[in-house]
Design a protein around this ligand. Structure first.
Ligand code: 13P
Ligand code: SF4
Length: 344
């Protein structure tokens, strides 16, 4: 092993080992990225669904300044003082960073990094929902585009959704756009508060695949394992697995924290494949089994295009990476996001 041993040890734990050729090219890219970040006064923020090679932080020899879930990334982006943020995540996340810290340049290494939930609803749809249900507050999952956020009362992430929904005094709420997450939340909220929830029909194309049949076959195959399922997983699969097994339905961070507190050795993961890598890197003595379903949008971001985005800063190419949220959408979308952060 050459230099940067910590990075390659961590990468080896999180992925199948890299070969000598990949090792040399990764090493060269890490060195250049770290140098360019300093020269161009840039920070890299990464979601836990990024490939292991990107989400490993600088302190472990990697390239990310911060790796987190969608709430952690929003709060972190708000406080970045560097001139540029390279956002290793999907577009709605980069837009949220721009809305919260609009004087900074937010660069997304691939503008095609979309999301099936975010594209399932528009601002016009929210206006129509409000017309149909006058006076009913609208809560939007952060997985929406800025023009949708501009029309809602408050945003939430998977980590604070329950708290935010409970903070409303109204007995009816609209939650958009994730239907399965809405159904999972609704069963808790209705049980605890009696509130009614009106839902939209958006789906996460990754988490909807963890259906009852799939989770049931994993629980059968791994009789000792506990179950880790994201809020976005179909409620039928969540309910049937957590009836027979210990485990958690929650956000990405809830899942990471749960494993830290559990005495179990083996876990069935019902969430994005690279969260399995994160878990493996954090809890080396535990085993994680998963069908390993990847988000194709998250995976458009690579070490190569992250490096290209950094190189482009200050050149004519910079424009193609810059995330722009025009006014008045930016100011209008700021209100529900800030309200969410204040309530968190
Ligand atoms: P969290 O990071 O809030 O758990 O969201 C998961 C997700 O699907 C992001 O796209
Ligand atoms: Fe969207 Fe699902 Fe991908 Fe998250 S995992 S970005 S919700 S498609």
């Amino acid at each position: 092993m050459k230099n940067n041993t910590k990075y390659f040890e961590q990468l080896g734990i999180m992925t199948s080992a890299v070969n000598e050729k990949q090792h040399d090219s990764l090493q060269a890219m890490i060195t250049e990225i770290r140098k360019l970040k300093k020269e161009k006064n840039a920070k890299i923020l990464s979601h836990y669904y990024m490939p292991a090679s990107i989400q490993i932080t600088e302190e472990l020899g990697g390239i990310a300044d911060f790796t987190g879930d969608s709430l952690g990334l929003s709060v972190n982006a708000m406080n970045v003082s560097a001139d540029h943020i390279i956002f290793c995540g999907v577009k709605f996340m980069a837009e949220t960073a721009k809305i919260l810290n609009s004087s900074k340049n937010i660069l997304l290494p691939d503008m095609h990094a979309g999301c099936s939930l975010a594209s399932s609803i528009t601002g016009k749809d929210v206006i129509e929902l409000k017309r149909q249900h006058p006076g009913v507050p609208v809560i939007a999952y952060i997985n929406t585009y800025a023009e949708t956020k501009a029309e809602v009362d408050v945003c939430c992430t998977s980590r604070n959704a329950l708290k935010i929904a409970k903070s409303f005094k109204e007995d009816k709420l609209i939650f958009v756009p994730d239907e399965f997450m809405g159904r999972n939340l609704r069963s808790v909220i209705t049980r605890e508060t009696g509130k009614e929830m009106i839902l939209w029909s958006g789906k996460c194309e990754v988490h909807e695949q963890f259906n009852k049949r799939m989770i049931d076959s994993y629980t059968l195959e791994y009789p000792e394992a506990e179950v880790l399922v994201h809020w976005e997983v179909p409620d039928e699969a969540v309910n049937s697995s957590l009836k027979i097994r210990k485990g958690i339905v929650g956000s990405t961070l809830d899942i990471l924290n749960y494993v830290g507190k559990s005495n179990a050795q083996q876990f069935i993961l019902g969430s994005e494949c690279d969260l399995g890598a994160t878990l493996k890197g954090m809890y080396r003595d535990k085993e994680f089994v998963t069908p390993c379903i990847s988000c194709p949008h998250m995976k458009t971001i690579t070490m190569e295009n992250t490096l290209e985005a950094l190189r482009a800063i200050g050149t004519a190419d910079e424009e193609k990476y810059l995330v722009d949220v025009p006014e008045p959408i930016l100011s209008r979308a700021y209100i529900p996001i800030k309200r969410m952060i204040d309530l968190s």
